[in-house]
Design a protein around this ligand. Structure first.
Ligand SMILES: NC(=O)c1ccc[n+]([C@@H]2O[C@H](COP(=O)([O-])OP(=O)(O)OC[C@H]3O[C@@H](n4cnc5c(N)ncnc54)[C@H](OP(=O)(O)O)[C@@H]3O)[C@@H](O)[C@H]2O)c1
Length: 273
């Protein structure tokens, strides 16, 4: 890959994680620029990664061949406005990770047509174990796509979608997904405690089981339904527990939870629009 000058607008959690992954993958640190209002945050980033830092967004946008907007959705409109002239002059590839901000809105605030990639990462990205949904506008060419993908791969796995509406589905499944699992972990942990284990032991049992189950499912040639069948002996404990869950339609409830999350993602997107 030919390395490009990367500018990050916003040097918070997500930018730090992406930069950390890129630097680990030997991305040249002298090609990474970050702007953020906090000089303390910038100093810490510079010390840790030897990258270029600025409090001035314009100065970063002037350098960038790829400009990553890693700021909160409520902040992005003002910043897009502030940078529209320089972005029109430089025509970088624009990447946004701001949740709920669609490409039409980004395009509108930046002015003329630009190549834009909209990304939806999730919280495990903060430790390099995320999954990011990506959507590209029409002007995004294959080299842009490769570039955007390599940037987001620094924090985990990537998945392209053809329709922007599918970003709302990604939000509902993997964006909110860690919280669904935490909710289930909490319930299983509580069961362990009620049955006499310490909180720490119950937590270890639950988390290691979740990790192992996910690894097994990722590495196995069998789908998850087959894996479930394999651990469900007739007349055994697992069969008893699963029959209980099925009798209460837990699968339908989980699916409905995803549907309401998607609906909320659509509503929030319209609100921010
Ligand atoms: N964290 C996640 O797990 C996650 C998951 C999915 C999507 N996202 C999306 O990723 C984006 C970044 O999230 P984050 O967790 O990294 O947020 P964050 O830690 O708050 O980082 C945003 C940074 O931007 C700075 N900032 C504020 N106004 C700015 C401006 N005008 N110009 C330049 N920088 C400015 C903030 O400074 P101050 O703190 O001083 O305001 C902060 O350091 C958000 O849009 C979020 O929706 C995050």
């Amino acid at each position: 890959m030919k390395y490009k000058k990367l500018g990050f607008i916003g040097g918070g959690h997500m930018a730090r994680s992406i930069i950390s992954g890129l630097v680990k993958d030997n991305y040249p640190c002298e090609l990474i620029y970050v702007s953020d209002p906090s000089q303390n945050k910038l100093n810490a980033l510079q010390q840790q990664f030897s990258i270029q830092v600025q409090t001035d967004n314009q100065a970063v946008a002037e350098q960038a061949e790829v400009l990553v907007f890693a700021i909160k959705p409520q902040q992005i409109m003002d910043v897009l406005n502030e940078l529209s002239t320089i972005v029109q002059q430089r025509q970088p590839l624009v990447i946004s990770i701001a949740a709920g901000i669609n490409t039409a809105a980004i395009q509108h605030y930046l002015g003329k047509q630009l190549p834009i990639v909209r990304c939806m990462p999730n919280t495990p990205a903060l430790m390099g174990a995320g999954i990011t949904g990506l959507f590209a506008t029409e002007l995004v060419i294959s080299s842009h796509k490769a570039l955007a993908e390599s940037i987001m791969r620094a924090v985990g796995v990537t998945l392209w979608v053809k329709n922007e509406a599918d970003i709302d589905t990604i939000t509902a499944i993997s964006g909110s997904g860690p919280a669904y699992f935490f909710y289930i972990f909490e319930a299983l942990e509580a069961a362990g405690v009620q049955l006499g284990f310490s909180q720490a032991d119950a937590r270890l049992l639950v988390l290691q089981t979740a990790l192992g189950a996910a690894q097994l499912a990722m590495l196995s040639d069998n789908d998850v339904a087959q894996l479930r069948a394999q651990v469900t002996s007739p007349g055994g404990t697992t069969e008893q527990a699963l029959a209980w869950l099925q009798s209460r339609n837990v699968d339908t409830i989980l699916q409905e939870a995803v549907f309401v999350a998607k609906k909320r993602a659509e509503e929030l997107s319209q609100l921010l629009d």
